[in-house]
Write a protein that binds this ligand. Sequence first.
Ligand SMILES: Cc1cc2nc3c(=O)[nH]c(=O)nc-3n(C[C@H](O)[C@H](O)[C@H](O)COP(=O)(O)OP(=O)(O)OC[C@H]3O[C@@H](n4cnc5c(N)ncnc54)[C@H](O)[C@@H]3O)c2cc1C
Length: 464
Amino acid sequence: MADPQQVVVIGGGISGLACAFRLQQLGSPVTLLEAADSVGGLIGTSTQDGFLFETGPQSFQGTDAMLDLVRELGIEADLCMADPRAPRYILRHGQLQKVPMSPQAIVSSSLLGVGSRWKVVSEAFRKTKPPSEEESVADFVRRKFGHEILEYLVAPFVSGVYAGDPEKLSLRAAFPSLEEWEREYGSILRGAMKSRPPKGTTSGPPRLCSFRGGMATLTRALATHVGQNVRGGVHADAVTRVQTTSGPRYEIRMTQGGRQETVSARALVLATPAYTASHLVAQISSPLAASLSGIAYAAVAVVASGYYTHQLSAELDGFGVLIPRSEKYHTLGTVWNSSLFPERARDGQFTITSFAGGVTDPEIMDKTEKEIAAIVQQENEHILEVTGSPIVSAVWKHPKALPQYNLGHGHVVRAIRDAEREIPGLFFSSNYLQGPSIPKCVEQGFQTAHAVHAHLKGRALAAS
Ligand SMILES: Cc1cc2nc3c(=O)[nH]c(=O)nc-3n(C[C@H](O)[C@H](O)[C@H](O)COP(=O)(O)OP(=O)(O)OC[C@H]3O[C@@H](n4cnc5c(N)ncnc54)[C@H](O)[C@@H]3O)c2cc1C
């Protein structure tokens, strides 16, 4: 077999690409293997009849780190930012209600009853302690704010981020700052206020961003910088670890176009979903494989539609709408893409993207794409008062879309981190570790790259 590669990254979604990009910048030769023909993973852009649709994520939070990356990649001219004042809506009794975004807005909000509004506003003056045992998001919200806030504010938000079930999601794993703030300050409002950066040190909360050419601009640019060592259409089938006199080596068996090949590496980064990582590490550590296979995933169907503006009874002005389960729709929420990023459609037209499925409605995935599109379009007729069929629509079904940070998830992450220490040269970087958002995946990819680089430097020093 040829000399081992320095590092092999398996998985060319945003996590693997960010890791490979940083490794290359640190001077560690890297090869990235991606099963699909093109990189991006859940991130994908499709143009149809003059509309730009996203197959998964629609935008990302423009944190300082993300904006730095955009500049490093030289794609800042393509960046577009949404209006930070764009209102968000929640459906209640069939009516769109603005989500209150500040304590002052909560006081006058028509989304919540007087009792709930008082519970939120007065929370800063009450002191509570988190229970000793791990708590679900739902139990936490009921304990602190009551059922109405859970049903009409938190649960829709949770389905917007995780497509998850708040009764199962772990507060500690999914929203760690909330637990920390309660523990430290006795109140999450006080914690949020104390954690705000001092005035004048930032330009305000991060704005929602995308690219004129769509979200795939980011993953394509990362792949271009990593260069010819990105190998698409390569499925990693199995991994073994071999102990040699110069340290451990990973042998990766893979298939490309029906042909099998084996490459070996001094360090291996698994940037695939957890169920694939579980399969790949099975011959290295069965307890680790079992931990990884225990992470549940939610299915999500993405339905993108393009309409004429005259098909709307009123202008859709804002981020979009989230739909509580008690409203009895299949649609979890709809993003008003053209309102956030007008370049998503031609003049006189607009585009929206709806999401269906999630942990609370997995059965919808048994339907065909055509059936799902029909259900969502009919629901949008009621919710958004859109009339008639769309000019064009497209559906992407993601059967295993989002990892669930359910009760016990912290133990799984600890088991993975322990394995990284105990099995030198093996690393993990993916959306099931530190948060599913794109900025979190990038942050995690960069951290992994630095850890891999330090590992290789340590090996080189030991050998010299
Ligand atoms: C519908 C939806 C909407 C979302 N919206 C947003 C949003 O608006 N903003 C936001 O910040 N985040 C959003 N997210 C979350 C975010 O998009 C994802 O968490 C993130 O893109 C995951 O990246 P990843 O690289 O960790 O995983 P993935 O994108 O899943 O990449 C893993 C890659 O590994 C490859 N792979 C798997 N097995 C193998 C193998 N054996 N050999 C080789 N390659 C393999 C896969 O083909 C894939 O390309 C959304 C997610 C979904 C599903």
